[in-house]
Design a protein around this ligand. Structure first.
Ligand code: ZN
Ligand code: ZN
Length: 219
């Protein structure tokens, strides 16, 4: 699965928590989406079909296959939309995992949602070697870590099977990126927990105010 996840962060009022936005794309496809808002003011993402006009368009998000992964781009003419601290954007800006996307006073944390998929080894990889056991990848089914490394996974339903080439799960952590090997979907990077809490008086705990603000008034 290839997907980008926009997780709302720093929401002033958790009673009205906006849901995360997941942008899922098919492997190898170039796709584009329109970000707009509905009558309740919630942001909605819809596939960009030129034939049907989306009202209240704010931005487009493009997803394009590039060597070794996928490039994500934000296209918008609005100066109330930005990435990290930058606005107005150029007509097109690259969206990277870990970025903060904002529109007005709303913020999202940008992650990739990665879920390893068990499959037959792609033709060009069949005679390449598994980095865990050293035998050819084409022998059994394989899985790709989010870092790009391919490993055997013969029996995902029986990870403990001693007679199976379950290299991916047997390795516990990936030798390429060090992440725990798992078939669960994970966010890369994970959203810092503090950012998903409501903005309240404690939000800046542990951060001292600027020196001027704590100076004693002159006698
Ligand atoms: Zn192997
Ligand atoms: Zn890895």
């Amino acid at each position: 699965m290839h997907a980008m996840r926009l997780t709302p962060i720093m929401q002033a009022d958790l009673q009205h928590t906006a849901p995360p936005i997941t942008i899922e794309v098919a492997a190898g496809e170039q796709e584009s989406f329109v970000l707009s808002y509905d009558a309740e003011g919630e942001f909605v993402l819809t596939p960009d079909k030129r034939s049907c006009k989306v009202p209240n368009r704010l931005a487009a998000i493009w997803s394009v296959p590039v060597t070794g992964g996928r490039g994500w781009y934000l296209v918008t003419p609005h100066d109330s939309i930005g990435i990290n601290s930058i606005s107005p954007l150029l007509p097109v800006a690259r969206l990277e995992p870990g970025d903060l996307l904002w529109m007005g006073n709303r913020f999202w944390f940008v992650s990739l949602l990665s879920q390893p998929e068990v499959m037959d080894a792609p033709a060009e990889l069949r005679d390449k070697l598994c980095p865990v056991c050293g035998s050819e990848l084409g022998l059994v089914q394989v899985v790709q870590c989010s870092c790009g490394r391919w490993m055997h996974l013969e029996r995902p339903d029986d990870p403990e099977a001693v007679d199976a080439l379950n290299c991916f799960l047997a390795a516990a952590t990936c030798g390429g990126c060090g992440r725990q090997t798992s078939l669960e979907a994970v966010l890369i990077p994970a959203v810092p927990e503090r950012m998903t809490a409501a903005l309240d008086d404690d939000w800046m705990d542990g951060i001292d105010p600027p020196a001027e603000a704590v100076e004693e008034p002159a006698a």
